[in-house]
Ligand binder design. Structure first.
Ligand code: ZN
Length: 166
């Protein structure tokens, strides 16, 4: 049953939308924040405010950073390998970085082609990819092994192939 005012309920509902948090965990997290208001809730609120202002989407690759071009695109050593890894989502990029893939660059599509969900080529960051793929010796398509991921990979291969021939 709801306990606490509308501000607390709203906070619980917002937190419950985060991946990995359901309503129960969100309620527990909010209670934890309230109990540690000065040590946790106030700094968290300030950090969120700062992040809202600072966060940018990289104009080159689609990564999320506080600068654009992002720190990966701005690092000249990253370009020397000649490897461009195409991923579906920023989360995939961050996972590859954590895994220590090496001095590579990325391109974030922002999703996959999905006719059933109404996601077409214009909804993805594809033109940016086609524009920059020529600068790299190797373009690695790291889409997920789903039907949509593989359809997207085929589509990109066709488009990059056509570009190469033209
Ligand atoms: Zn970037």
């Amino acid at each position: 049953m709801p306990s606490g005012g509308p501000e607390i309920e709203q906070l619980i509902q917002l937190l419950a939308r985060l991946p990995g948090l359901g309503p129960r965990s969100a309620r527990r997290a909010v209670l934890h924040l309230i109990k540690r208001k000065d040590q946790l809730m106030v700094p968290l609120s300030a950090a969120l405010d700062r992040a809202v202002v600072a966060v940018k989407s990289c104009e080159v690759c689609g990564n999320v950073d506080t600068i654009s071009p992002c720190s990966i695109c701005a690092d000249p050593r990253r370009g020397e390998s000649g490897i461009l890894i195409v991923v579906e989502d920023v989360a995939d990029l961050w996972a590859l970085e954590r895994a220590g893939v090496g001095q590579v660059r990325y391109h974030v599509l922002g999703g996959v082609l999905s006719p059933l969900d109404g996601v077409g080529p214009d909804d993805l960051n594809l033109e940016g990819l086609i524009g920059r793929a020529g600068e790299y010796g190797e373009v690695v398509l790291a889409m997920n092994a789903t039907v949509e991921g593989q359809t997207t990979a085929h589509y990109i291969t066709d488009r990059l192939g056509a570009r190469t021939c033209a």
